[in-house]
Design a protein around this ligand. Structure first.
Ligand code: ZN
Length: 247
């Protein structure tokens, strides 16, 4: 049966996100997961299959799952259990989480491993994340318990679109693949800068709170569809260099 227009576009967009996450060195062997909702209520969503490398994922490879169908965990092409417990619940419980990206990208994850760390308002890119980051400081092993998704959803209420998972990695959510991927990209850029600045041991020139709030609002109100333009440019490169992501 052919995919609907909505599902087809979601498949292409998510495949593009995997390819770029690999190009940006945000991937880790065949682990980590990206998903995007394809039904209005978020119950149906696309997820990467087990055993696939981000750099080779194609649109048609993605699993179409229904979070109300627990039998999916026992099917022949069952999703990774940790991905199921997190993504299925988050898509159901967080309306703003249409796209969910989870990685162990090195710079942001480094910051997740610092005791009581809070993201610093250190540069203009960091200000995108002013009061947008939730922190889970209670690392409890892998997310193999069905209650894990609800616990994480409880941490990401309101305007929070990033979760720092202590001793583990990050989770980013967005209303579209374009916006979530743009957020992931800028999070790692800002995190890299913070790791580099902290490594100098010199005093940090932090942006004052009101100015950080202003810069965040300016990012949000920026008069172009920045994320969409960024994503379009990224897909244009893939169209030239690795067109098979669309298959
Ligand atoms: Zn993980």
């Amino acid at each position: 049966m052919p995919f609907s227009i909505v599902e087809s576009q979601a498949r292409i967009d998510l495949a593009a996100a995997f390819r770029w996450a690999a190009r940006w060195d945000m991937h880790e062997s065949i682990a980590n997961h990206f998903s995007v909702a394809v039904s209005p209520d978020g119950r149906q969503f696309l997820l990467n299959p087990q055993g696939s490398h981000f750099s080779r994922i194609q649109a048609s490879d993605l699993l179409l799952l229904d979070s109300s169908n627990a039998a999916a965990q026992k099917a022949a092409n069952a999703p990774d259990p940790t991905a199921w417990h997190l993504h299925a619940v988050l898509h159901q419980q967080l309306p703003h989480a249409r796209c969910i990206l989870h990685t162990h990208m090195p710079y942001a994850t480094s910051l997740c491993c610092l005791q009581d760390f809070e993201f610093l308002m250190l540069d203009q890119n960091a200000c995108r994340f002013h009061q947008r980051i939730a922190y889970d400081r209670d690392y409890a092993g892998m997310a193999l318990d069905p209650s894990e998704g609800a616990r994480v959803a409880g941490l990401m209420q309101g305007s929070k679109n990033v979760l720092f998972m202590g001793n583990h990695g990050v989770l980013v959510v967005g209303p579209t693949v374009a916006q979530a991927l743009d957020t992931l990209y800028y999070l790692e850029k800002a995190a890299k800068l913070q790791v580099l600045a902290l490594s100098t041991g010199r005093p940090l020139a932090l942006i004052p709170e009101p100015l950080a709030a202003l810069a965040c609002a300016q990012w949000n109100d920026y008069p172009t569809a920045f994320s969409e333009l960024h994503f379009k440019a990224l897909k244009n490169i893939l169209d030239l260099e690795e067109m098979d992501y669309k298959k």
